[in-house]
Structure formats: C-alpha cells, structure tokens
Design a protein around this ligand. Structure first.
Ligand code: ADP
Ligand code: MG
Length: 270
C-alpha cells in the first residue's frame, strides 16, 4: 500500500465520502423471480440525484417489486443495486439505510392509536436509540421538526388527532410528513395517491414532488395517472410484463406509447 501514490487514489474509491456526483440509484442487471414468474426481468438503469422518475404500467407489471428492491426492502434474485455509490446489500437496516432511502407504501402503515405527530416523529426512529424511541411514545421528541413537516403538508391542525381518525387524504399527507422527517436522500413511493380522489391525489402528489424538488431529493414513484406522471415527473419509465418498454424524459412520451403500455392484448396473467 505504501507504494501507491496519493494521486492515483481516485475519489471514487473513497468509501467514506458518498459524493453527490454519483448516481442516486444505479441498478445493474437486477431482477426478481418468484418460482416461474419473472416479476422484474433483469434491468439496468441509472437515476441521477434530484431526478423525479415515475414508473407507469398495468397492474402486475412489476412496479411494486422494482420499487421495493430500490428501497432495500426486497432482495433481487440477481444483479445489484447501488445507492449513492454504496451497495444496498451492504447497508445496515436502521440508521444507515434510512439515511439513504425511505419508502411510502400503498397502504400508509401509520399506527392508528398514535397521534399524527407521533406517527410523523417515527420517521426519526432510524436515527434514535431504543430508549429515546420508547420515550418518544410518551413524550414526542423533536416536536418542532414534526410540527414543521406537518405544516409543510398542510395538516398541522391534525397534530394531536389519532391517525386512525383521519381521512385517507390526511393519512397520506402524514405518511409524506413522516418521510420528510426521516429525511432520506432518496424517496420511493408506491402509488402514493391511488386511494385518493383525483383532486386530492393531484394535491398530495404536488406536495410530494415539490418537497422533493425543494430539498434536492431523488424521487421515484409508481403512479396510476399518466396526467399526474407527466405533470410532476421529469422522467417516465414504462413497465409491462416485468420489462421496460420505454424510459424517456416525460415530454417525449407519446400518447401511443402510453396506450400500448396499458393494452390488454399480450399482457401476461398475474
Ligand atoms: N410475493 C410474491 N410472490 C409471488 N409472486 C409475486 C409476489 N409479488 C409479486 N408477484 C408477482 O410479480 C408480478 C409483479 O407484481 P408487482 O410488482 O406487484 O406489480 P405491480 O406493482 O406493477 O402491480 C405479478 O405477476 C405478481 O403476481
Ligand atoms: Mg403495485
């Protein structure tokens, strides 16, 4: 090692400094099979920091599977995924992983018996020791951080209300606020607005993409509505039968491409 001159050490080999010039997400031949089903065929793609990417495709096309792999919640059957230069397989669940990536699920997984504020502060759990986490159930820590996030998504007046009493739209905002508090570099969202009526869906998607943009975060979301995708996302990836049909800046995606994506003809049974 002593023979290596410092000038030959490339910054890319320095493990301790994830720098922002690296792709936010680098997928190298990652795929997932369940028995005979190829849920996601091996795919390679790069997503740059600050990009907003929408995954489109009919039910069963592999959106949830691909997003779960990017979020480190599902191990690929083959290939690898790097987040900001770090191999996802090597990141420890908890603090290390939650700094890199956070996921909003189709069901919001809030704790119904806890207040909105306590749910939002749960976004900090990756950062906290067990003791502080337990104490927070009784006495919310970092209240101001949580209240600010609730303010950002427009439901600060619901801070003390139990999550179980909130409407679907409010719960989804709480889930967004929880992610803002977690503050990961990469936000993954799986059909975050599918359970909302179109007007609310548009609103929540606007809040999510705007918060991501303002904070310079990378956002990857599966989206039902092609209009929402075109309005709020810079890049659209079309999935069908577990494979990529297109991957383009959103203004270049044609109506024909979208129609072809959703046509029933040739669609594999789920
Ligand atoms: N845990 C699982 N076990 C078996 N098959 C699965 C599992 N999860 C997903 N699949 C299958 O993988 C395919 C892709 O599913 P999914 O990623 O949920 O698609 P989407 O989110 O686009 O609806 C489907 O055919 C689905 O039935
Ligand atoms: Mg899905």
């Amino acid at each position: 090692m002593k023979t290596t001159s410092p000038s030959k050490i490339s910054p890319a080999t320095s493990a301790s400094s994830p720098n922002s010039s690296r792709p936010a997400i680098l997928i190298d031949g990652a795929g997932k099979t369940y028995g005979d089903v190829e849920a996601v065929r091996p795919i390679s793609l790069t997503i740059e920091p600050g990009e907003t990417v929408a995954l489109l495709g009919p039910s069963g096309s592999g959106k949830t599977t691909l997003l779960s792999m990017m979020a480190g919640e599902l191990e690929p059957s083959q290939g690898s995924i790097h987040l900001r230069g770090k191999n996802l397989a090597d990141l420890h669940p908890g603090r290390e992983l939650s700094r890199e990536v956070g996921m909003i699920h189709q069901q919001y997984d809030l704790v119904p018996n806890l207040s909105s504020l306590q749910n939002v502060l749960a976004g900090r759990l990756g950062d906290w020791g067990l003791l502080k986490s337990v104490i927070s159930l009784v006495w919310p820590q970092d209240r101001q951080v949580g209240l600010t996030a609730l303010e950002q998504v427009g439901v600060v007046d619901r801070a003390r209300v139990r999550a179980g009493f909130l409407s679907g739209g409010e719960q989804q905002r709480i889930a967004v606020a929880r992610l803002l508090v977690q503050d990961p570099a990469i936000i993954i969202a799986d059909e975050p607005v599918s359970s909302l009526d179109p007007a609310r869906a548009e609103e929540v998607m606007g809040i999510l993409s705007e918060s991501a943009r303002q904070a310079g975060k990378t956002l990857v979301a599966s989206v039902h509505s092609t209009d929402v995708a075109r309005t709020y996302f810079g890049r659209l990836i079309g999935l069908r039968n577990g494979g990529r049909e297109f991957d383009l800046p959103s203004h270049l995606v044609t109506d024909d491409q979208l129609d072809a994506l959703y046509t029933l003809e040739g669609l594999q049974d789920e």
